[in-house]
Design a protein around this ligand. Structure first.
Ligand SMILES: [Zn+2]
Length: 536
């Protein structure tokens, strides 16, 4: 028995290693089409990938790329220099201006009733504490008032205090941990208690008459020393870090565990006092750019195939999986194409957008500023949902485009396509990521959807979105796929159809579905809303 098993194992290892040695084009998976360009794309994409180096420089050395921040500017300059070093002409194209901001140090210590350094991140665009003078202040919870008049009456007490403005999670243990170890009764009762507490919290906030940014603005107007929030992301030690709209008052996100500690100390009158250092610099309205690289088409220079990904990110982590992975995927794809397909049939453009996190501003502006390119667009491929292998594609609501995409996928090695679920005609996305800016204006943009890798809970807009979370094997697969799709779309003798589907599902709000609106970008920072007067 053992000898037979050994024999079988030996045979299959040989078979497999022989297959791997031959590469996908010889694999029994039946990929028969002989195409030297596709072969070379595979060889370079798989055997001499630059992704690790590109990813390390971008995520570690340059870091997060908040729109209009010096970090974004440095990263965009690096991008142009990188393209130039590969012999690919590239430029920064201004599409507007946005509020500039530079992140500095955040440090917060609990100093009473005992000493503990707390885990905290200043929110993006937050004002800082006075330079060189940490703020030492008592911590108080948002009060549980009867109504907004009572809240306004309480506001003078907020002066010089740090106010806790987020729901205090009863546990910072993810549900799946409780589900794994707890009895069903325990799990159910925890969930029931949490839901009840969350509802009570929402009512507490509502009774103040202020919600969201308006609440912190109102506390600011009352002279609070700062606001402490906590955006727990439902996983071990992970926080979602967004921005704030205050002008003078610092707002910091404190980790779930430490926030709960502050809350309980305050609720039980145990006199929590913290010392906060939050250094940042407001830089005023600054120009914002998209970075565009181009390999000119030889036969159809006024027709375009686009590689697309947003380059900006939130800055709680390094913007690794949102959207560092999409950015280096497109960067690597064009590097490969420049080597194996230097004179494409159609013009290849790489668009690494800015302003996506603020509303697809870079890509929406581009669509409005370049109608000639939108008209000549053969296809745009966008990636923006994490590090996983591409597993989903759709025809974005262009029924006849499905045939073109299916033809392309049929020519890509099965190693790459075997996991891809292709839905057609698919629905036109009106937002969420940058191909929507093109689709909503009737141009063929397609999203390349990744496998999950706990994206939503652990890396999307979190303080844990860092280089180490990238699965480079998967990103290699994705860059190779993107390069192949662009090559095939460029070579295609058929223009991809823009015929739109005209039957739509009713929306969740019961409205008849329709093709999304083609909107312009927000090209300057919207003015900060003054705190509204309290509701009667
Ligand atoms: Zn994104």
């Amino acid at each position: 028995m053992r000898r037979t098993l050994a024999a079988v194992l030996f045979v299959s290892a040989v078979f497999t290693s022989a297959a791997v040695a031959q590469g996908p084009f010889g694999q029994p998976s039946g990929f028969a089409v002989e195409n030297t360009v596709l072969r070379r794309i595979w060889a370079i994409g798989m055997d001499s990938s630059q992704l690790l180096r590109l990813g390390q420089v971008l995520m570690d050395s340059l870091g997060p790329r908040l729109t209009a921040s010096p970090g974004m500017e440095a990263a965009q300059n690096w991008l142009v220099a990188t393209y130039t070093s590969w012999g690919i002409p590239a430029r920064k194209e201004q599409y507007g201006t946005w509020r500039g901001w530079q992140r500095g140090k955040t440090h917060i210590d609990l100093v009473a009733p005992r000493a503990r350094t707390l885990e905290a991140t200043m929110l993006a665009w937050s004002p800082g504490t006075p330079r060189g003078r940490p703020v030492r202040a008592p911590v108080v919870p948002l009060p549980d008032v009867a109504d907004s008049a009572a809240f306004v009456a309480w506001l003078p007490q907020a002066k010089g205090k740090l106010v806790l403005v987020s729901f205090p999670q009863p546990t910072c243990r993810p549900d799946d941990s409780g589900e794994k170890w707890g009895t069903q009764t325990t799990v159910d009762s925890l969930k029931a208690r949490r839901t009840a507490a969350q509802q009570a919290w929402q009512q507490r906030v509502q009774r103040t008459g202020y919600t969201g940014p308006a609440l912190t603005r109102r506390l600011e107007a009352a002279g609070a020393a700062g606001a402490i929030s906590s955006g727990w992301s439902q996983g071990w030690g992970v926080q979602k870090i967004f921005g704030t709209q205050t002008e003078r008052t610092p707002v910091v996100d404190v980790a779930c565990e430490d926030y709960g500690l502050l809350w309980r100390l305050a609720q039980n009158n145990q006199g929590p006092v913290v010392e906060l250092t939050a250094e940042s610099q407001a830089l005023g309205e600054r120009p914002v750019y998209n970075v565009i690289a181009e390999i000119k088409g030889s036969e159809l220079p006024n027709e375009y195939v686009m590689l697309s990904a947003h380059f900006d990110s939130w800055d709680g982590g390094s913007g690794a999986t949102d959207n560092g992975t999409g950015s280096i995927t497109m960067l690597e794809a064009v590097r490969i194409l420049k080597l194996v397909y230097p004179a494409p049939r159609r013009t290849i453009l790489v668009e690494l957008w800015s302003g996506e996190e603020q509303g697809l501003n870079g890509s929406r502006a581009f669509v409005k500023d370049h109608p000639e390119i939108v008209t000549g667009l053969q296809a745009l491929f966008n990636q923006d949902n994490g590090t996983g292998r591409i597993e989903t594609m759709s025809a974005s609501g262009f029924p006849d485009a499905s045939a073109s995409l299916a033809r392309y996928l049929a020519r890509v090695p099965a190693d790459i396509t075997r996991n891809i679920r292709f839905s057609f005609p698919g629905g036109p996305s009106g937002g969420g990521t940058d191909h929507a800016s093109f689709v909503s204006c009737g141009a063929p943009g397609f999203g390349l959807g990744s496998g999950d890798w706990d994206y939503g809970r652990y890396t999307w807009h979190t303080n844990r979105d860092t280089y180490d979370k990238i699965s480079f094997d998967d990103v290699k697969n994705n860059a190779t796929l993107a390069a192949m799709l662009v090559y095939l779309a460029s070579e295609d003798t058929v223009r991809i159809s823009r015929e739109k589907r005209n039957v739509f599902a009713t929306t969740s709000s019961g409205q008849p579905g329709a093709w999304p609106e083609c909107r312009d970008a927000q090209r300057v920072t919207p003015p900060l809303a003054p705190p509204p007067p309290p509701r009667p």
